[in-house]
Unconditional design. Structure first.
Length: 322
């Protein structure tokens, strides 16, 4: 409803502008023609010549009026089309924002409901120390999930890339991968295969890059087979550093690949896997901040490979390993 009213107002504005411009153009043309015409030379040719001139001016007036009437019919159509085009991106962004807010509200409500339920249960009657400990542990887990979700939402809301890039330093790809692996306790239970080429240096934020790689490893650990491997490869070519994480898990169909980067999207078949559906969306946001790109290759039942491609640091005398 809000956008319909905006389209109507903008259509009216565009229509009035078009009509005003054409009216000004028509008056200008008529005044220019009549103002520059040499009546003295015509009057010497007699009344017949003057009559012909008057008829010509009359036809010009009629033509301009007819043209203005046609513009009155066409201008609203053009104005409506221009209004739709102008408001199209705004409407798309608004709808995306509304979906994001709705999804975020739902995800925030879940851990809060767990915290409230555990606390109410703990207060409802006398309980043993073990039961209190279990309630506290569950509450802490829900609180940690809430904190993680809040941090993820703040990162996704980052719109000032220049501020983030202003704090970039030289970062070692090997250090990023090593730190990310140490952070993933779940992945530590699987066999990790590291295939690292010569270390690469990039300009970036070490903490954000570790977050991105750790998210991918976490996905591979959660969706991979229990006895499967996680293979991490790092290479450099043509001024680009590439970090690839491959698993031997469920994989994704072409339809799932189309939604993999969407915020809060999770396939129905993975409902029992913990998470909020923000992992790959966060990774892509981080890599875009580093002027890189994320490539996902996957097939159902054949595992997935997620590659992060980031420009390397310029080779200068001041470039030093962190």
């Amino acid at each position: 409803m809000m956008f319909r009213a905006a389209v109507r107002r903008l259509t009216l504005l565009y229509t009035l502008v078009q009509l005003a411009l054409f009216a000004g153009f028509a008056v200008g043309v008529y005044l220019f023609v009549t103002g520059t015409f040499d009546f003295d030379s015509v009057s010497s040719d007699g009344a017949a010549a003057i009559g012909a001139v008057e008829r010509g001016f009359s036809q010009l007036r009629v033509g301009l009026v007819v043209a203005f009437a046609c513009v009155c019919i066409v201008a609203p159509i053009i104005g409506y089309a221009m209004a739709r085009v102008a408001l199209g991106p705004l409407r798309t962004n608004y709808e995306r924002q509304q979906r994001f807010v709705d999804d975020a509200s739902h995800e925030l409500r879940s851990p809060l409901s767990i915290i409230r339920g555990e606390l109410e249960l703990a207060l409802s009657s006398e309980r043993s120390a073990a039961e209190y400990r279990q309630a506290i542990t569950t509450t802490l887990d829900a609180a940690q999930s809430l904190i993680q979700l809040s941090d993820d939402l703040l990162l996704l809301a980052t719109d000032s890339a220049q501020d983030v890039r202003g704090n970039f330093v030289v970062v070692s790809i090997a250090d990023v991968i090593g730190t990310a692996i140490r952070l993933q306790a779940e992945a530590a239970r699987k066999r990790m295969v590291i295939r690292a080429g010569p270390d690469s240096l990039i300009l970036g934020s070490s903490s954000l890059l570790v977050r991105a790689v750790a998210n991918i490893i976490d996905n591979s650990a959660k969706y991979g087979r229990a006895d499967g491997d996680i293979t991490i490869t790092s290479t450099e070519s043509s001024g680009k550093a590439t970090i690839s994480v491959r698993d031997t898990g469920l994989g994704m169909s072409s339809e799932m690949l189309g939604h993999a980067r969407d915020r809060f999207w999770r396939d129905a078949s993975t409902g029992d896997v913990p998470g909020h559906g923000l992992g790959l969306a966060l990774v892509e946001q981080i890599i875009k901040l580093h002027r890189g790109r994320m490539v996902i290759e996957s097939a159902a039942g054949q595992g997935s490979t997620v590659s992060l491609i980031i420009p390397t640091a310029p080779a200068t005398p001041n470039t030093q390993r962190p």
